[in-house]
Design a protein around this ligand. Structure first.
Ligand SMILES: N[C@@H](CCC(=O)N[C@@H](CS)C(=O)NCC(=O)O)C(=O)O
Length: 217
């Protein structure tokens, strides 16, 4: 499979982690977001929305939107499953995933932060505060759903990772990148740590990808 991604892209991280957990081999093509490569004709031909990630599986049409891609991977490569079997459980997992991927993430992506800057003159510190606010709201919503629910286990739903964990992990990476203190969300922190204890998710970490800044000595 071919994955189009960028080190800092949280949506790409979700798909990269799913590919790793399922042991699917892939090549990643870097689309440099700060340079605006997502808007170039070459990438637009793959993804007309100009967003990452996209996946090409064989000679089929490109796949787009991280959650739709992960569900495709789960259907074509069922082991290990990333969604539980029972409809109510699947609904909870999808609901948790969407708190991070649909409600919080879209508010912190480059084109939103660029729009705040270019259209409304919002300076960098205020744009950071904006991002931290929406990430914190996502953390609070996840924490309220996860803590004290008997269906929450080592991971968001039981003791094996699901789609919800990939989204929680991406959300918590975003929290770190935007320097949010996540101590008020202990269940989110605990599940994040359980996720990154898994090799497949750890290898997908944005800071372990080509082009990412080197850790400070
Ligand atoms: N909902 C989409 C999010 C896609 C998205 O916004 N990706 C970001 C990177 S994480 C992007 O490509 N942004 C480009 C831009 O904002 O110009 C998904 O989950 O795939």
């Amino acid at each position: 499979m071919k994955l189009y991604g960028y080190w800092r892209s949280l949506a790409t991280f979700r798909v990269r982690a799913a590919l790793n957990l399922k042991g699917i081999a892939y090549d990643e093509t870097i689309v440099d977001l700060p340079k605006g490569e997502q808007f170039g004709a070459a990438y637009k031909a793959v993804n007309p929305q100009s967003v990452l990630p996209s996946v090409i599986d064989g000679d089929g049409a490109p796949l787009f939107q991280s959650l739709a891609i992960i569900e495709y991977l789960d259907e074509t490569h069922p082991q290990p499953p990333l969604l539980p079997k029972a409809p109510r459980d699947r609904s909870r997992v999808r609901g948790l995933a969407l708190i991070a991927a649909a409600d919080a993430h879209p508010l912190i992506i480059p084109r939103i932060r660029n729009y705040l800057e270019k259209e409304f003159g919002v300076p960098e510190p205020a744009r950071m505060a904006w991002a931290r606010h929406w990430i914190a709201r996502g953390c609070a919503a996840l924490e309220a759903n996860l803590a004290g629910d008997p269906r929450t286990g080592r991971f968001c739903h039981g003791d094996t990772p699901t789609l919800a964990d990939l989204c929680l992990a991406s959300h918590m990476v975003g929290a770190k990148l935007f320097e949010l203190n996540t101590a008020p969300y202990p269940t989110c922190e605990r599940i994040r740590d359980a996720c990154f204890a898994l090799d497949g998710i750890a290898r997908a970490h944005p800071l372990r990808q080509p082009g990412a800044p080197k850790p400070q000595a």
